[in-house]
Design a protein around this ligand. Structure first.
Ligand code: PLP
Length: 356
C-alpha cells in the first residue's frame, strides 16, 4: 500500500466554473488564466476541460508551447510579455499575443524580423505600480506600436490591485479612462474579482483565474458562496495512526497543543512537504470520516494531527479531506494567514494527482 494522500482534479467543476465566468460577463470574451501550471492543477491536465474559453493567458513560454503542441490553435496571451528580445522568434513561431509594458519591448518589436505581425496588449499601470505605462505615457506608446509593421491587433490592458471593492475599482478605472482618451481600442481589464463583481470593467476580454478553480478572489469563501462555483481540487488522505491522550499530554513538535482531558487524536498522512500550510494553527478545519473537525498541534513535514472528539467512529484508515467540497481551500488558507491561490499553487510534486 502506498501513502494514502492524493489530489483529485474535478474536470467537470472546471467546465462548470468557466460557464459561471461566462454568465458573469456574457458580452466579453474570456482569457482563462492558466499561469503557474494552472494554479497548481497541472496545465496539461486541465486545459482540455477549458476549451470553451476564447483564449488562454499565462506567462511561461514552456506552458504556451505545451498548449500549441497539444493542438490549441486559438489565442494565447503572455501576461508579462517577453523577457528578452530573442524570445520574439518563439512568439512569432507559436503565434503568441504579447503584453507590452516597457519601452524596451517596443524597441525590440521594432527591430525584430517576424514572419507575421504579433497581436499586442499594451499594459497600463492603473495604480498598482507593478507593470505598465503611466496613463500619460500610454498615448505615445500606443502610436509608436501602431506604426510598426510587426504589430497586429492592439488591445489596452490593465490589472486591479483591489478588485473586490467598488472603491478599489474606481481610482484605477479613472486612470484607465485617462490613458485611453482618444484611442479607439478594445480593452481587457477584469480579473476574477472584477469579472464577478464589477460589470463596468468587463469590456472586450475578461481574465478570470482563481474562480475557474472554484476559490475566492477575496480570500473569503463566503464572498463566493452564492456564485455556484465548485472546487476543482480536492486533497484527500487518511488516518494512519490514533493516539489516546490524557490531560496535559502534548502533541507534535514543540507540544504546541496539550490535551485538557482524555482525547483521541488521529495522525493524517499529509504535511507541509505535501503543500499543507505549515502556519495552519490548532483549530484549522479538516474533514474526517464525514465530520468537520480541526487540527491540533504543529504541522509536520509529513503528518498532521487532528481531533477525533467529534468523530468517535473514526480510526486507522478513515478518509480525510484536507480541502475540497467539505472544507473550502479558502477556509484552510485564511486559518493559516494566506489565500487559496497560494495553497493550490503549492501542491507538492510528490502528491499523486488523479482526474475525475
Ligand atoms: C493572475 C492574473 C489574472 C487572474 O487573476 P485572478 O485573481 O486569479 O482572477 C488576471 N490578469 C493578470 C494580469 C494576472 O496576472
Amino acid at each position: 500500500m502506498s501513502r494514502p494522500i492524493v489530489a483529485t482534479i474535478d474536470t467537470s467543476a472546471l467546465r462548470h466554473n468557466l460557464a459561471i465566468a461566462r454568465q458573469a460577463a456574457p458580452h466579453s470574451r474570456i482569457w482563462s488564466v492558466v499561469k503557474a501550471n494552472a494554479y497548481g492543477h497541472g496545465i496539461d491536465r486541465v486545459w482540455q476541460s477549458l476549451t470553451d474559453t476564447d483564449g488562454f493567458a499565462l506567462l511561461n513560454l514552456a506552458e504556451a508551447i505545451l498548449l500549441r503542441e497539444h493542438g490549441w490553435e486559438k489565442p494565447i496571451l503572455l501576461l508579462e510579455g517577453f523577457f528578452h528580445a530573442d524570445e520574439l522568434e518563439i512568439l512569432d513561431r507559436y503565434r503568441l499575443t504579447t503584453s507590452v509594458h516597457s519601452n524596451w519591448q517596443i524597441q525590440a518589436l521594432a527591430k525584430a524580423k517576424l514572419a507575421a505581425p504579433l497581436d499586442v496588449y499594451l499594459k497600463i499601470n492603473s495604480g498598482m505600480n507593478r507593470l505598465g505605462f503611466q496613463p500619460e505615457q500610454v498615448n505615445q506608446a500606443w502610436h509608436k506600436l501602431r506604426s510598426l509593421d510587426n504589430v497586429g491587433e492592439m488591445t489596452l490592458m490593465a490589472h486591479f490591485a483591489e478588485g473586490e471593492t467598488t472603491e478599489g475599482i474606481a481610482g484605477p478605472m479613472k486612470r484607465i479612462a485617462d490613458a485611453a482618451q482618444g484611442l479607439d481600442c478594445p480593452r481587457s481589464l477584469a480579473n476574477s474579482a472584477a469579472t464577478l463583481w464589477h460589470r463596468e470593467t468587463h469590456y472586450d476580454w475578461v481574465r478570470p483565474g482563481i474562480i475557474l478553480y472554484g476559490a475566492s478572489p477575496s480570500g473569503n469563501w463566503q464572498d463566493i458562496a452564492r456564485c455556484g462555483l465548485q472546487p476543482a481540487m480536492t486533497l484527500n488522505s487518511a488516518i494512519i495512526a490514533v493516539q489516546g491522550l490524557k490531560t496535559g499530554d502534548g502533541v507534535g513538535y514543540g507540544a504546541r497543543y496539550r490535551a485538557t482531558g482524555e482525547q483521541r487524536i488521529g495522525v493524517v498522512a499529509c504535511g507541509y512537504a505535501d503543500g499543507y500550510p505549515r502556519h495552519a494553527p490548532t483549530g484549522t478545519p479538516v474533514w474526517v470520516d464525514g465530520v468537520k473537525t480541526q487540527t491540533v498541534g504543529a504541522i509536520s513535514m509529513d503528518m498532521i494531527t487532528v481531533d477525533l472528539t467529534p468523530c468517535p467512529q473514526a480510526g486507522i484508515g478513515s478518509q480525510v479531506e484536507l480541502w475540497g467540497n467539505n472544507v473550502k481551500i479558502d477556509e484552510v488558507a485564511s486559518a493559516a494567514g494566506t489565500v487559496g491561490y497560494e495553497l493550490m499553487c503549492a501542491l507538492a510534486p510528490r502528491v499523486p494527482v488523479q482526474l475525475r
